[in-house]
Design a protein around this ligand. Structure first.
Ligand code: DAH
Length: 345
């Protein structure tokens, strides 16, 4: 028993001495392991050796070891807060150093422009709707009056998915069908969203871009409603004096159909060599028309009772004219020097 007591005392002296020397956290951890590790710690071994003592001596020896263990734990704790406090002392502040610059996030220009458009339409009583970017052939084409294999489909360079008849929507027009299936007239909605086409990127084309679609269906809707709505919209978006013109065109889902041009906001119809309008003075800005009676029939709306108009416009493409940006790709290259210019605050 005396041997055992000596051993305990010896361990305590040795522990106290080595703790004195500790300068950093790593050394502290080493000591903790040396004395307390679960397999070979010096104190752990003492507990193991208890078994070899005579029965009567065990409780006394056990108490001594426990006392040592408490001492070791407490000393380690004290030392570690001491080390911690030392480390946390703040470094002296150098008030001459330059400060850290704070960057604020800013909305993306295409988002800003999209919201401007939405605000104009909601102020005219339109609601905002949306639909899926992965579409079926039915919604993207067939219900919009493109029969299977009809050559009109070639105008939309479609990206097909390899499962079922799924595709990436080539325009926002399929959402017209989805809304009319669920909602009875009167309908007055705009549908902003991403669309996809198999295009090689160039200054005016991208495989992904944004469109906004408009749809109005009610009793006695005429072409003059379409004209008036688009004129008010474009004048509010660009400027009060903007001139617009309608040219006859073709879309399977509208009859009659029109292409809408506005006068060139870049050269103001003054530059015969203008790179934006090619000197014609006009920029094609949207497609529009009266909803084809067949499209109404496809969604069980009676074309004898109701009529409607629709239109579709590229958001990023129109933003190019509004902000006078020569290359649409700039919107998506994420060069912050470009993007930050549009934030108003
Ligand atoms: N979906 C057409 C396109 O992507 C744009 C369009 C034209 C939409 C005429 C319409 C419309 O709603 O009436 O080119």
């Amino acid at each position: 028993m005396k041997d055992f007591k000596d051993r305990i005392n010896h361990i305590k002296t040795e522990f106290d001495a080595s703790l004195e020397q500790v300068k950093n956290k790593e050394a502290l951890q080493d000591i903790r392991n040396l004395y307390l590790s679960r397999k070979k710690g010096k104190i752990t071994l003492l507990f193991n050796d208890l078994a070899g003592l005579e029965g009567k001596q065990k409780p006394e020896a056990g108490k001594l070891i426990n006392a040592l263990k408490t001492h070791v734990l407490k000393s380690l704790d004290e030392k570690s807060t001491e080390a911690g406090t030392k480390r946390e002392k703040p470094a002296p502040v150098d008030l001459t150093l330059p400060g850290h610059k704070t960057w604020w996030g800013a909305p993306h220009p295409v988002l800003i422009f999209k919201q401007e458009i939405e605000n104009i339409f909601t102020s005219m009583g339109f609601s905002i709707a949306d639909g899926p970017e992965i579409e079926t052939d039915y919604y993207n084409f067939e219900a919009l009056n493109f029969p299977p294999h009809h050559p009109a489909r070639d105008d939309w360079d479609t990206l097909y998915l390899d499962k079922g008849d799924l595709l990436l929507r080539t325009h926002t027009s399929p959402v017209q069908i989805r809304v009319m299936e669920k909602q009875k007239p009167p309908i007055r909605i705009v549908i902003p969203g991403r669309v996809y086409r198999k295009e090689t990127s160039d200054p005016t084309h991208l495989p992904m871009f944004y469109q906004i679609e408009g749809l109005v269906v009610d009793k006695d809707i005429t072409f003059s409603h379409l004209k008036g709505t688009l004129e008010v919209f474009l004048r509010r978006l660009f400027n009060e004096n903007l001139e617009i013109r309608f040219r006859p065109s073709f879309f399977p889902f509208t009859e009659p159909s029109a292409e809408v041009d506005m006068n060139c906001t870049v050269c103001k119809r003054q530059d015969p060599d203008c790179r934006v309008c090619g000197g014609s003075g006009w920029i094609e800005i949207l497609g529009a028309g009266m909803v084809d009676p067949q499209v109404l029939k496809n969604v069980s709306i009676n074309p004898e009772e109701y009529s409607g108009f629709a239109f579709g416009m590229g958001i990023d493409r129109t933003a190019m004219f509004a902000y006078r940006i020569p290359d649409m790709r700039l919107f998506y290259e994420n060069d912050l020097r470009f993007i930050r210019q549009f934030s108003k605050k």
